[in-house]
Design a protein. Sequence first.
Length: 192
Amino acid sequence: MTISEKQLAANRRNAVKGGVRTAKGKAISKMNALKHGLLSKQVLLKGESGKTLEELGRRLRAELKPEGELESFLVDRIVSSTWRLKRAIRIEREMLEHHMRSENFIGEVVRKTLGEAFCDDDGNTHNRFIRYESAIERQIYRALHELIRLQMPRRGKSHPPPWRLMWTLAKTQMMDSFRKKGLECHICRKMR
């Protein structure tokens, strides 16, 4: 999407003015992106237990045994993503409970079945939620894969290929298998 010259000039004028300057304004703007907490830069949200997060971090560090700055960074990434995934499970439960309650035309609260709740939702809310949840899971798996790759030489094993390369190789092998059988999959069609 391109913007007009007029809008570009206005953006440049506003950029020169600077952003939020007061401590109160900065505290407010820091939370601008925070709506549901799944993409929050803040790992711990208001009302969540710092002790529980610390305990999760302690358990994962004990299990993953990071050595050095890079491995510690990857374990921190795994801890924060795991925390977000646990939050996502709670959000999903609350979303479903919300969708299962409604008011009829005279204001009485009516319970719906899960199927009715899904039919009433336009699908965007749940689909968007599933995308966020999947992205968090991929973050965990990528960080865990990289951590294992870094730790393998200490265990006397060679590095496996990076995650992206492994996926590309698996996809190529799957496509070759389909072609040998005279079949075609959706990935094969996209690769043409």
